[in-house]
Design a protein around this ligand. Structure first.
Ligand code: HEM
Length: 456
């Protein structure tokens, strides 16, 4: 990528020298200016690097991680379990090994803080992941209880309905699955988190707002238009919760919103409402991205899917869970980020204040000790199943993901649909790609296309 950029720049200079010679000095000046800025950033990063792990604090070197999924693995091969790099000028210490990451993160909580997403600043009381410990002690707990189920069996029927409705068109024509996957994730989350039943008028209204709200980037604070949208969604949820009463004690239903009220009549307050809306927004991205991996794996791991399709319903259900776990392990899980608030030392390395730590979860899954062929996708049954030292896709400690249950319900409904369409074909899924950010997720190619044969 760096070479391509350099070649592109060089080509542009030649063309401009040939056709618009007067522009050449400006182009050179711009090149020198940009080069100067990058050199200053590199120098500033290196100033405080003594006794930190090995590696290179060069912006241009760090850019390689955006283009190659195995970049971190190669660096670990070269340097061992720790190396430092520059993520667009931000010095970052990368760490390999789930057990080590656990000791580092959980054992140094007073030295570390979250690497906050800017959207959190626009959320009343901040988003769960980034709340102060005192606020998180209250809201982290009530959300965890509300999100741990059990969900009603009618929810599963509804999820099945949502999946089949959005997948129907692929039996007739081959096309991009991404809009359908987004819709499945968004509408399923509207059901489980907020209690909006698919196909109703209120669901359609909320979905329209949610689609607009999804355009607001999470890597910046909300602008006025987005804040107005947030207020409208908040109002809708409050009306829903207040209208949907079964009696003085609370409201019916198993949605997370209903369970918040069932726990405490003063809930959901403004903090809960903002959090659940932003959670819906962020989780739509997580779940739809995981669905694209499930789809890709289902289509490409034909020996495994044939084995699952041969099983009786009970065994098949268990295998679908393993299929989901293995997709999370090999494809979707990525990292845990933390910001260093106070300097400390760990395993002989200095962790300077202001730097980031990237716990490399995907790389740790790929190289887990004691797991047979950890980089290979396979159904890991009973004794061969990975343990906590080999498999942590949903994080660890007080801030571990509380959406595991919700995620599993949606993904299993989707996989059951896949199992009903024995001929699942995807094309153009390679090369894998990601956005130009170090924390964005790898995904099958945006050009991927899907065709379903034999849908029941
Ligand atoms: C593809 C599926 C998902 C993956 C891989 C995933 C991964 C994670 C990870 C690794 C963390 C910990 C982050 C950290 O410690 O810095 C986390 C936290 C969190 N996740 Fe998920 N997640 C997924 C789906 C969901 C869903 C469906 C929801 C909600 C419905 C959700 C809600 C949350 C929340 C609220 C937190 C913060 C919890 C707290 O701080 O109390 N996630 N997730």
């Amino acid at each position: 990528m760096v070479r391509l950029t350099f070649l592109g720049w060089f080509g542009m200079s030649i063309v401009s020298w040939w056709y618009v010679p007067s522009a050449l000095p400006w182009l050179l000046l711009l090149t020198l200016g940009l080069g100067g800025i990058v050199a200053i950033i590199d120098l500033r990063s290196r100033r405080n690097a003594h006794d930190s792990p090995p590696g290179r604090l060069l912006v241009l070197h760090g850019v390689r991680a955006l283009a190659r999924r195995d970049h971190y693995l190669r660096e670990f091969d070269q340097h061992g379990a720790y190396f430092k790099m520059s993520q667009f000028g931000q010095p970052t210490i990368c760490v390999l090994g789930l057990e080590r990451i656990g000791r580092l993160i959980k054992g140094h909580s007073e030295y570390l803080e979250p690497s906050t997403l800017p959207i959190s600043k626009s959320v009343e009381g901040k988003f769960l992941r980034y709340m102060s410990p005192e606020t998180h002690a209250i809201y982290g707990r009530i959300f965890r209880i509300a999100m741990s189920g059990p969900f009603a069996s009618t929810d599963s029927d509804q999820l099945d309905y949502i999946c089949s409705r959005h997948l129907r068109s692929f039996s007739a024509i081959e096309s991009s699955p991404y809009p359908a996957l987004q819709s499945i994730a968004r509408r399923s989350l509207s059901l489980l988190l907020l209690g909006f039943e698919a196909g109703t008028e209120e669901e359609a209204r909320f979905d329209e707002l949610a689609q607009k709200f999804s355009k607001s980037g999470i890597s910046r604070s909300l602008v006025r238009r987005d804040q107005e949208m947030l207020a409208e969604m908040r109002k809708m949820l409050l009306e829903k919760v207040n209208l949907n009463k079964t009696g003085p004690k609370g409201i019916a239903g198993t949605s997370v919103l209903a369970r918040l009220r069932q726990q405490d009549v003063s809930m959901p307050d403004r903090i809960c409402l903002d959090n659940i809306i932003v959670m819906h927004r962020i989780a739509t991205g997580n779940v739809s991205s995981l669905l694209s991996w499930l789809l890709y794996r289902w289509a490409s791991e034909s020996a495994i899917t044939a084995e699952i399709l041969d099983e009786d319903p009970e065994a098949r259900e268990a295998s679908l869970r393993l299929f989901l776990a293995e997709t999370l392990r090999t494809s979707q899980s990525e990292y845990l980020y933390r910001r260093i608030a106070r300097e400390f030392e760990f395993e002989g390395h200095r962790f300077p204040k202001g730097w980031l730590i990237r716990g490399c979860v995907w790389e740790s899954h790929q190289t887990a000790k004691g797991l047979e062929e950890p980089a290979t996708f396979r159904l890991r049954r009973e004794a061969a199943r990975p343990n906590q030292r080999q498999f942590v896709p949903l994080g660890m400690g007080a801030h571990a993901c509380n959406g595991g249950e919700v995620n599993e319900l949606i993904c299993l409904a989707f996989l059951r649909r896949m199992a009903n369409a024995p001929d699942v074909r995807v094309t153009d899924a390679y090369p894998l790609q990601r956005q130009l950010r170090h924390w964005s997720h790898w995904q099958p190619n945006a050009a991927m296309r899907l065709k379903l044969g034999g849908v029941e």
